[in-house]
Design a protein around this ligand. Sequence first.
Ligand code: AFP
Length: 335
Amino acid sequence: MPKVISVQRYLIGTQAAHPEATGDLTGLLWDLTLAFKQIAAKVRKAGLLDVIGLAGEENESGDVVTKLDRIAQDHIFRMMDHGGHLCCMASEEEPDIIPIPARYPKGKYVLSYDPLDGSSNIDVNVSVGTIFAIHRRKTAEGTDGTAEDVLQAGHDMVAAGYVIYGSSTMLVLSMGNQVDGFTLDPEVGEFLLSHPHIRIPRRGNIYSVNEGNHAWWDDNTRRYVDFIKDPASGSYKSRYIGSMIADVHRTLLYGGVFLYPRTFKDDKVHGEGKLRLLYEASPMGYIVEKAGGIATTGDESLLDLEPTDLHQRVPVAMGSPENVNEYLDFLHGRR
Ligand code: AFP
């Protein structure tokens, strides 16, 4: 029988391997996993939102029912604002940096997150997820966090990961060395190590991209997708859920390539891609790279890019190294 390892034991074990560690990061991640369990419980009730309400909000006739992404945002904020581990936070749901309330101590880390990625899919029961990135602060300890603390490149993260609320709830985490996956056992309410040391296949035969944008891509991206659809290139499968977390999770486990390139529509809405660097592309790219894959904007490593804005968008290509390199060859006209 395999040994059962809870995320708590895993975190304590990881801390013990670093004698210099103070336990701050362990405490931060432990608090986060509690927020994920709360969100998982709410996501399970998503179809009942309009029926029962979820967050003490009014219901029945004059009801104001909080949307699930707001609920997820509140859970993370309320779990993380007082632990003394963070100096500030940044979220997809908030336009500005989220300060730690004055009455609580300021810690040495910064948390950036998308509380519920893919939330436009909730009403049709498609997997959604939470993505998070943790950086060490740059400014003096004990003070309020600033933009300088938040706007850091992906390669400076001390940990990152995501939780996918799918047919089961799974936490995928890297603290820099390797990538491990934990599945929530709903009966005991604990994340248990289920996918130790995840490695992405060197090559896969699944491509994942919103082909509805075909007409709006650059020529080289179009040529690449046409190439992999040609039977002479092998038998590729197309899979696109429209929830990055689910599409990248599948890419991580089965291999292949996930793309969200620039689109050149008249309105130029996604001229820089659609996905957000700080709390979507960068932490997902961190996981993919720590698992042996490649994550790039097409021009440079996603992890090298220093955000200039909390909600900055970037084009994204990530996945198995051979697939991503092949895409880059097309993108740069080498093929
Ligand atoms: P939502 O959170 O609004 O559903 O957006 C999800 C997302 O940011 C990402 O998870 C998907 O990969 C991407 O958008 C899908 O975008 P398209 O609908 O343009 O393909």
